[in-house]
Design a protein around this ligand. Structure first.
Ligand SMILES: [Zn+2]
Length: 342
């Protein structure tokens, strides 16, 4: 089958497009004909620093397609012909954490497209329990845009951040996959959304998806002042951060007393000289995004199937052009998800 895979780490040119053997279905698994797979920023690190496990590794952490085979041992309601997407994390189901229903801490979890072969291919196999039906009217490209960005944004905004309809929230990186999903989730709940981006066109797009106000961070170094102006001097209840170092101190200054911050990415850098006196007098709650549960993915998919949440497709590419998609990912000049279509 045709696939995009990595032999050696490097630039986008290190991505090989060629023929690999079709995967074999294992007990408990389904096989998909892949119709779409999405890129994530983690793919850039994976490509440039090398992958774990044995080469060649097929990249592609987000996958949508049609079920073409089901292992006889699989306990599932799915049927051949079903249109599905895959949850990225494969849990072992037998470690102490899994048995206790704390599968976010599964000691043996593996990620599709990282520890296991991914979706930039014609076919993929995965545990049946990782496959979720998608609405009939939803395109495969839109479905592939959902799993990682949707689950991460859900974890940060709903599970960790406890977003409420009366909250004012600040969401960094409006154009990123997770940022754009976080805006959608916050608006679905009914919160008021202020968002940041490095270009005005992304802020306009964010407003089309419901954002109430946008701040161009390139033109607004002291964005906490603007956030305070937009909130009658009060600040926001919740900050969603995927940027890290460049906005860290300003993010603290944006928060109300008792405010929450959830960080799930450090695209601008992971180290910062933080003024700790900001925290000294303010009861703030700082959180990492942490592991994600199968239960929360189920909640997300329920809303997807009710038509409450959509995948956000920024641009699509054919399978042979994954390297070009990586270049666009590096440029950050897109809104939502970059999706590979087969
Ligand atoms: Zn486990």
């Amino acid at each position: 089958m045709k696939a995009v895979y990595l032999d050696q780490p490097g630039g986008p040119e290190a991505l090989n497009y060629g023929d690999l053997p079709e995967p074999e279905i294992a007990p408990g698994e389904v096989m998909l004909r892949v119709h779409a797979s999405a890129l994530n920023r983690a793919d850039l690190n994976l490509r440039s620093r090398g992958q774990r496990g044995g080469a060649p590794r097929i990249l592609g952490m987000d996958v949508a397609g049609e079920i073409i085979a089901i292992s006889p041992e699989a306990r599932t309601n799915l049927q051949v012909g079903d249109r599905v997407l895959l949850e990225n994390r494969v849990k072992c189901e037998i470690c102490d954490s899994c048995v206790q229903g704390l599968d976010q801490y599964c000691a043996n979890q593996q990620r599709i497209g990282v520890d296991l072969d991914g979706g930039h291919a014609e076919y993929i196999t995965a545990p049946a329990v990782n496959a979720y039906r998608i609405p009939d009217a939803m395109s495969f490209a839109e479905a592939a845009a959902l799993p990682l960005a949707g689950h991460t944004a859900w974890q940060c905004m709903v599970v960790q951040g406890q977003v409420r309809s009366w909250d004012d929230v600040l969401i960094h990186a409006a154009g990123s996959g997770v940022g754009s999903m976080a805006i959608q989730i916050a608006k679905m709940v009914g919160a008021r959304v202020i968002t940041t981006a490095g270009s005005d066109w992304k802020l306009e797009r964010a407003k089309e998806w419901g954002a109430d106000a946008g701040i161009n961070y390139r033109e607004t170094p002291n964005l906490s002042e603007t956030v305070r102006e937009l909130t009658d001097g009060k600040g926001v209840d919740l900050v969603f951060d995927v940027v890290g170092a460049d906005v860290w101190e300003e993010s603290m200054l944006c928060l109300k007393p008792g405010g929450r911050l959830v960080i799930t990415g450090v695209t601008s850098g992971a180290r910062t000289n933080m003024d700790l006196s900001i925290l000294q007098g303010r009861p703030l709650h700082l959180m990492g995004s942490g592991g994600r549960t199968r239960r929360s993915f189920g909640d997300l998919m329920k809303l997807v199937n009710q038509g409450e949440l959509r995948g956000i497709v920024g641009q699509t590419f054919p399978l042979p052009d994954v390297a070009e998609a990586h270049r666009v990912m590096e440029s950050r000049d897109f809104y939502g998800k970059l999706v590979i279509e087969n």
